[in-house]
Write a protein that binds this ligand. Structure first.
Ligand SMILES: Cc1ncc(COP(=O)(O)O)c(C=O)c1O
Length: 432
């Protein structure tokens, strides 16, 4: 076998994986159509002062199409996935003094959205096998102040909603599904985001559907939908005069350009997700034969995985290479990869220093009577700690390649295993 590319050998591949985003003439035509129409936002200036969402706006068309795709009655487009979380929390009545339970292993926005509505994020652990919120840890984190839980469908795989919904019902908690990774995904045949009180999506550049930025809330609750629309447009009320504001809201609106692109991206989604699933199943079959590689468990309830990420764990001892060296070596063999989050969220300086509003508000500004010390969560979240040390992430665009490209990934990892002794007794990686 070759030397490892990291030590000067020939890499397994030089060919790039498919680029992301995928687009063609249809996105170009859609964008030019909006540009030339002069209607760049969802409202028409000519309708002032009582501007209403024009039924032929791209934003209206997209939010309806996406909600239908995921199986919800209403879709409310907004600026990004973080905004979608903030708005849905506020619309469901989460605010000062409320605790909201979030998994410790997720993107920071899941927790900061809670702080943005002056509520308190409380971290729970993830399940070792699925990387999603662990129901027993959720239940253990509930107090009399808990108002909501935000399960994350991490990597595009459904969280254990049967258990989570059962706990939520017993404790009267709101459930907001963070489906930022879950476009087209399903739990027991039901579209992700459509099962709890509200569900949120992101269309940021890395996501399975993208317009560079963008977000969307879905819900089947009419009152919640109306509030979400109001909060994304500075507290306006549908049908009321334009310069009349009823509640504290944001300008979190989506533009017509974004919606025009997303309508085209939605048409590609299912074919792309199917290909991701076929390639992911093949990779899992091959990689699970290798010592020290533990592929992510896909439970039966995750009926449609959208594979925003392809994840596995590296057991350094069994594989014989540290994760840092493994990631370096795999990249040098021509396979992009990363270790994901460096720490569980509570270990970020943001939480340890409580650098929130006016320093540590909303923890100390009068409404909240609990006592949270974010340094204590480490002991409560061993699986999140381990995931940050052991996980390896591949990107969804890699799963849009062909079978022989999946074989390259397997060959590259097998090569690192077979050449693992090169790491000891070598003075260090050569730079290329
Ligand atoms: C799990 C999760 N939630 C929320 C978000 C926030 O989405 P956005 O970047 O569109 O604000 C992200 C984005 O990466 C995410 O991964």
């Amino acid at each position: 076998m070759n030397r490892l590319a990291i030590f000067g050998g020939t890499p397994i591949r030089n060919k790039p994986f498919p680029a992301w985003p995928v687009f063609n003439q249809t996105e170009e035509d859609a964008l030019l159509g909006v540009l030339r129409s002069g209607k760049w936002w969802r409202y028409a200036y000519s309708e002032a002062p009582d501007r209403v969402g024009s039924p032929q706006s791209k934003v209206a068309e997209f939010q309806e199409a996406f909600a239908l795709h995921q199986g919800a009655k209403y879709g409310i487009a907004c600026a990004n996935g973080t905004a979608a979380l903030e708005v849905s929390l506020k619309a469901l009545g989460v605010g000062p003094a409320d605790e909201v339970i979030v998994p410790a292993y997720t993107f920071v926005a899941t927790a900061t959205a809670v702080l943005m509505v002056n509520a308190i994020p409380i971290f729970a652990d993830i399940d070792y096998e699925t990387f999603a919120l662990q129901p027993s840890s959720l239940e253990g984190a509930i107090t009399s102040r808990t108002k909501a839980v935000i399960p994350v469908h991490f990597a595009g795989q459904a969280a254990d909603l049967r258990a989570i919904l059962d706990i939520a019902e017993r404790h009267h908690l709101l459930v907001i599904e963070d489906a930022a990774h879950g476009h087209g995904g399903a739990w027991n045949g039901r579209g992700l985001g459509s099962i709890g009180h509200a569900g949120t999506f992101s269309f940021q550049a890395s996501k399975n559907m993208t317009a560079g930025e963008g977000g969307l809330i879905i819900t089947s609750d009419e009152a919640c939908a109306a509030l979400c629309e109001s909060y994304t447009s500075l507290g306006r009320k549908s049908g009321a005069p334009w310069y009349e504001h009823y509640r504290l809201g944001w300008n979190y609106r989506m533009t017509e350009f974004q919606a025009a692109i997303l309508l085209q991206q939605l048409k590609r989604l299912e074919a792309q997700n199917s290909k991701r699933r076929v390639n992911a199943a093949y990779l899992t079959g091959q990689l699970s034969k290798l010592p020290g590689i533990q592929t992510m468990h896909v439970p039966d309830y995750a009926t449609r995985h959208s594979y925003h990420l392809y994840m596995f764990r590296l057991n350094e001892r069994e594989f014989g290479v540290s994760r840092a060296n493994f990631l370096d070596a795999l990249q040098k063999e021509g396979v992009p990869c990363s270790g994901g989050y460096a720490h569980p969220l509570y270990r970020n300086p943001l939480f340890l220093n409580r650098d929130f509003y006016n320093h540590d508000c909303p923890l100390t500004c009068g409404h909240y009577d609990g006592n949270v010390d974010y340094s204590t969560f480490e002991a409560l979240c061993p699986n999140a700690e381990r995931a940050c040390r052991e996980a390896v992430w591949l990107e969804h665009r890699q799963l849009l390649a062909e079978r022989e490209d999946m074989d390259d990934i397997v060959r590259a990892i097998s090569k690192i295993y077979e050449c693992r002794n090169e790491f000891s007794g070598n003075s260090g990686p050569v730079s290329t």
